[in-house]
Design a binder for this molecule. Structure first.
Ligand code: ZN
Ligand code: ZN
Length: 392
């Protein structure tokens, strides 16, 4: 039986699993039910299973022969969104929804694990199935801190994201940067408060913030190379209590996203410009950064491997390489900056099935026909990396 046929035989289970997870979404690091189901499922398959970072699950399939180790990673968390899809298997948890497709990710990887474990005798090396909690807020780092990349140490990593922006039956992938890094900043500008009728006796952080905003925009337009995609946006400014008082302090928060490797230089210049502008206006400033995601940079040879698999699964004409990279991020980057990796988008967009809504939208849904394609990609990329030929 070919891998494709094996997947067809498991399609009902695949969809059932997805719908069950969809009805029971859980927020990051609280995926207790989800991870218990995954854990028991992998144990039944005879994998070596361990928990990691609370609700993370790692299943290890050891082939009959020696070889390399490949890590397949998926994410299992849902979002704080009130579902409005009208699906019969809608979320039963108020205010929580699988609005990013991670329900599909979890079920695809479980079925991939089932198929691959049936081929243990043919496999040389190891396949690590990693079910990661809290993708939406840096869960990968926590798993790595707690040893996810040890025992065994993987040689390579593959992962995918269901993607409503491209049609079902297509796969989007490119070598190099595919998803942006993001750093959240908080700038605290301190002046000297006083009477609104005597501003010359105060140092206004609000006035200074206006200059800071202008300086950031100038930097972005006139100094930053526009062929190196960079977004600097301010999402929150807070200062002041009353119209007749110049406040002491102002807080400004936003993010810097880069789809290139020079993100550190961008942050450095951002700091110089903000600090310099504040100084010119007699204010003190403090800048803090929190890393949202690092750059997701696809390894050349792993990308080629995934592309070769995609050619077998969806055909060369359905591999999309134009307009694929995005300024969004994924903490898959935490794995792929440590070991060679490839990350790709699995098309799920289908106008007739209303599956072209934005990710994180309350009407987001996936085309379940894309799930079998994802399973085949997982299975074939793992086998191909380990050099195992089953049905070719
Ligand atoms: Zn997602
Ligand atoms: Zn998401």
């Amino acid at each position: 039986m070919s891998i494709k046929e094996e997947i067809v035989n498991l399609k009902e289970e695949l969809i059932q699993l997805r719908r069950d997870f969809h009805s029971h979404p859980e927020l990051g690091f609280k995926e207790v039910r989800t991870s218990r189901i995954v854990e028991e499922y992998l144990q039944k398959l005879g994998l070596e299973v361990r928990m990691c970072a609370g609700t993370g699950v790692i299943g290890i399939l050891t082939g009959a022969k020696e070889g390399k180790t490949i890590l397949l990673r998926c994410d299992i968390d849902a979002l704080p969104v009130e579902e409005n899809t009208g699906l019969e298997f809608s979320s039963q948890n108020n205010g929580v929804m699988h609005a990013c497709g991670h329900d599909g990710h979890t079920s695809m990887m479980m079925i991939a694990a089932k198929i691959l474990s049936n081929h243990r005798e043919d496999i040389c090396g190891k396949i690590v199935f990693l079910f990661q909690p809290n993708e939406e807020d840096a869960g990968a780092e926590e798993m790595i801190k707690q040893g996810a990349l040890q025992n065994p140490v993987p040689d390579a990593v593959c992962g995918l994201h269901i993607w409503s922006y491209i049609p079902t039956g297509t796969i989007g992938i490119i070598p190099g940067p595919i998803m942006a890094s993001s750093y959240y900043f908080k700038v605290t500008i301190t002046g000297r408060g006083g009477h609104g009728g005597a501003p010359h006796k105060t140092i206004s952080p609000i006035d200074t913030a206006g200059h800071v905003l202008a300086a950031i925009n100038s930097y972005h337009t006139y100094e930053q190379d526009s062929l190196k995609p960079t977004v600097i946006s301010v999402g929150k400014i807070h200062s002041g209590q009353k119209e007749i008082i110049v406040p002491d302090i102002l807080e400004m928060e936003g993010s810097i996203r880069c789809l290139h490797e020079d993100d550190e230089a961008v942050r450095k210049r951002f700091c110089e410009i903000v600090e310099g502008t504040c100084k010119a206006h007699r204010c003190e400033c403090k800048i803090e950064f929190v890393c949202g995601n690092t750059l997701l940079n696809n390894d050349e040879s792993m990308t080629r491997l995934v592309m070769d698999c995609a050619e077998k699964v969806v055909g060369r004409e359905n591999i999309l390489t134009k307009n694929i990279s995005v300024m969004l991020g994924d903490d898959f980057a935490e794995f792929s900056r440590r070991i060679p990796g490839a990350y790709y988008f699995l098309g799920t967009g289908n106008e007739e099935k209303h599956t072209t809504y934005e990710h994180h939208n309350c009407k987001f849904n996936i085309d379940e026909d894309s799930l079998a394609i994802g399973v085949e990609m997982h299975v074939k990329s793992a086998l191909s990396y380990l050099g195992v030929k089953i049905d070719e």
